[in-house]
Design a binder for this molecule. Sequence first.
Ligand SMILES: [Zn+2]
Length: 317
Amino acid sequence: MLVESLVKETVELQGFRVLTVTKADDGLEAELAPDRRYAPRCGGCGRCSRYRDTRTARRFRHVPLWWIDVHLIYAPRRVICEHCGGIHVEALPWVSGKRQFTRALMVTLATWARVLTWQQVAALFHCSWSTVAAAVDEAAAYGLAHHDLSGVTHIGIDEISRKRGHVYVTNVYDLKSRRLLWSGEGRAKETLEGFFDWLGKERAEQLEGVCCDMWQPYIDVIKARASKAVLVFDKFHIVQHLTQAVDQVRRDEIREKGKDHKELMAKTRYLWLKNPWNLTDQQQTRLSELEHLNLKINRACLLKDTFREFWEYTRPG
Ligand SMILES: [Zn+2]
């Protein structure tokens, strides 16, 4: 199979053809040309239009082949459009907007971003973090336009901080299909309300379960907009809250029982927080001694384990 054929397989090329593929210094270059059997399409409205002139060639980064960089080279035409009036650059089916990356490469980035961090994807594909972010946004927008929402019953809400916590993004996933449903800037009440506006009242009522962080603005919105759904909290936050609870009980205990107890309780934090099956023999003996003395803290630990088991049981997939 020729590389030309591979380019045709991976790029939407109707109205265009692959002229040549050559080896350049920085990888492979596939030169594209218009297919004269088709009239150029207007970039504004997508309809057939009249040729005016040709601009200088542009390079579009495509999906690497055997980890060799691939670029598409094409000189876009300008057209006169009768429908929207005036002069426009023609529509290029392999790229969206003014991007330098092909749609196929953007999809590739977004796909990898589901299993790797955005930073790792950026490093792997030698691109910027913001390109990966844009790829995820585009994939989400595509998903929004094409996704059938009738079967969505369980959703997960996730906040991601960008730029060291200065900018937040809220992502909503369909937990059954593990697909990103929606993405919005911010993590305020209005952000999540935007999601529910988009989802529609009828579909929100079909929701059976919502998994989210223990973030009060979101909890309020979920209770108001998806009243029938069971609210499940994210494991990390439950463990975090319970760990704080165990610590609080331990501190109360020390304060209540005085100095002798304080010595006994010193350096026991990890005894209480560790899973029982991970304790060494020595730690186990120590813990059972303490448990005799300290029913209250034991209960707090029990509660934590209960929540952890509950999560393992209920988590999606
Ligand atoms: Zn037009």
